[in-house]
Design a protein around this ligand. Sequence first.
Ligand code: 5GP
Length: 116
Amino acid sequence: MASIFTRIIEREIPADVVYEDDLVIAFRDIAPRAPVHLLVVPKTEAYENVVELAAGDPALLAHVVATARSLAAEHTGGDFRLVFNTGEGAGQSVFHVHAHVLGDRAGLSEGSLGDV
Ligand code: 5GP
């Protein structure tokens, strides 16, 4: 079955898309844990997590990071945290690799820093 993110890519379910190209899509997290909380998602669902992506397609991982950087320049003034939850025990809930781009740390509520 297609991942929830593939269904967003296919426009089967709506999302607030902020960027898209041939390789990746980026949209706002439905449950933001920071004032700016974007997800950058490779369009392929071949990789479950960042470890698999790094081993299988390092150029695509580099493109995810470059996309995060340019989105952060646009949405957060430049500085950002990049989070790849890897494995259920670390909080990963969607097994289609994705990067969380988190910005505006000053606006984070107390206690939420590790809760991504
Ligand atoms: P993970 O927990 O796997 O690191 O991150 C998955 C993220 O996807 C979560 O932060 C969750 O809020 C977000 N998410 C799950 N389903 C949807 C959805 O349908 N739309 C959007 N925009 N985000 C989603």
